[in-house]
Design a protein around this ligand. Sequence first.
Ligand code: AMP
Ligand code: MG
Length: 559
Amino acid sequence: MRSKKTSVGLPAESTSERAPVWLEPGVGFPLLRFDNTFVRELPGDPDTLRAVRGVRGACFSPILPLPVREPRLVAHAFEVARLLDLSEAVCASDAFTAIFAGNALAPGMEPYAACYGGHQFGTWAGQLGDGRAISLGEVLNAEGQRWELQLKGAGATPYSRTADGRAVLRSSIREFLCSEAMAHLGVPTTRALSLVSTSDRVVRDMFYDGQPRSEPGAIVCRVAPSFLRFGNFEIFAARGEVDVLTRVCDYTLRHHFPELGAPAPETYAAWLTEVCRRTAVLVAHWMRVGFVHGVMNTDNMSILGLTIDYGPFGFLDHFDPGFTPNTTDAAERRYRFSNQPLVAKWNLVKLAESLFPLIGSIPPLEDALAIYTATFEAEQSRHFAAKLGLHSAERSLVDELHELLALVETDMTVFFRRLADVPVELGSEASDDALLAPLADAYYPPQDDRTGLSCLSGPARARTVTWLRRYAASVKAEGTPPVLRKQRMNAVNPKYVLRNCLAQLAIDAAEAGDPGLVVELLEVLRHPYDEQPERERFAAKRPEWARRRAGCSMLSCSS
Ligand code: AMP
Ligand code: MG
């Protein structure tokens, strides 16, 4: 192991703080092919101090991770390791843990924190930046794919503002598991390679009630083609730094949207249109699986249309369009489930405004935003038809279902999964009870003791039966055989999602020293659409204890 300068010029020995060690090339860790375009092609901050500051005219600040004490690998995702051509033997090595804890650096890495701004809860917040994320570099794998590696929780950066640059184990477990769960659900997302715990404690006031507690710390290594956010563009537009704005836009086009052609006003407009399209596709996925991001600030919106920055997110347990898991947003509920499509558009408007200096006229911006709306609507219809096992579903059928789901507390995931078992093929022969029976488990209010059936009664029961009969008629009209319908529905209606209560159980165990449930949940969530008979307990609706427990129904941004 040796000590040297990073190639972006940071003297690792310049401060009294501990610095990660540089591994010898190929010793203990395979030589990865780094091609660090971000730091090579974009203007960087000449200042290399860790001190918090306003950074002008630069897209990033070179900064090294701050080593931690006693790093331990809690879990890793072998699929992500494979993307990086890392074998299981490498993942089990000390060097792997040291690197992804921020204690060691491999040859070719050029760590940095990115500068970005953002609109938070509807208000321009100025410079934000990677306050606790440190990118290590961009790996080119054997297939020529580019993957940026980024440590989250690796120590303070010039963008840490008043915070410590660290992350607690609970939020790191959530981000690690949910990144992978989303990928396996087929939702565009940043990935997670590793979860490392440390014996350094991190102090958090979880509910901002003046009662901070010291918690175990952790570091997640995130992986994505790029972590660029809307805020990476907004910051330069807001400051009138059009030259830097142009450079970061051209960089993005060159590396991430090369099919759109050379920089020109029309190309920027085509790019914005593509971002609008991808964002619509993304949000439609969130709506189909019942995911609530929780903090859709523009600094948390990926330019590639990926789910990014897992904080106080949640999957809907009972279908409540007004649900937000984020206590910070409890009053306004700006980022509630049903508002996500609108908020995404609002965020795209902010991105469009930032690109105006390069595009120079309003109509292309409006056209791009119209593509967002059209794409979202088309995707939403497509997904909900598929969730019902139909090729196409009348809008009123889907709208009425959404109303029904909210009428009586109904578990979204269980409901759609069980809908495949409703004997719609019996047509008018089917009794009301026969139609309702498969859905009994989806309802939260207690079952009827007499019939053992769901709590549905009165108008809710009548409306549900009417809807089921109408649905049965739609299925019949399309003529899909029952077995095929079930197969198709099971392929799009997940049986297993990362409910907050499941994440919380894994967190409780891991904080008590047993990471087993993190690893088991990762395994379950690898196959969200499959029946896993030995793991039925992970498919159950939210247990009563989780209804009001912190971390389950409510979360804060404190992580
Ligand atoms: P978020 O909305 O949680 O993704 O974060 C908003 C901003 O706060 C980003 O600039 C983050 O880098 C920064 N931030 C969040 N937590 C921390 C922390 N513990 N230390 C430093 N910066 C943080
Ligand atoms: Mg963020």
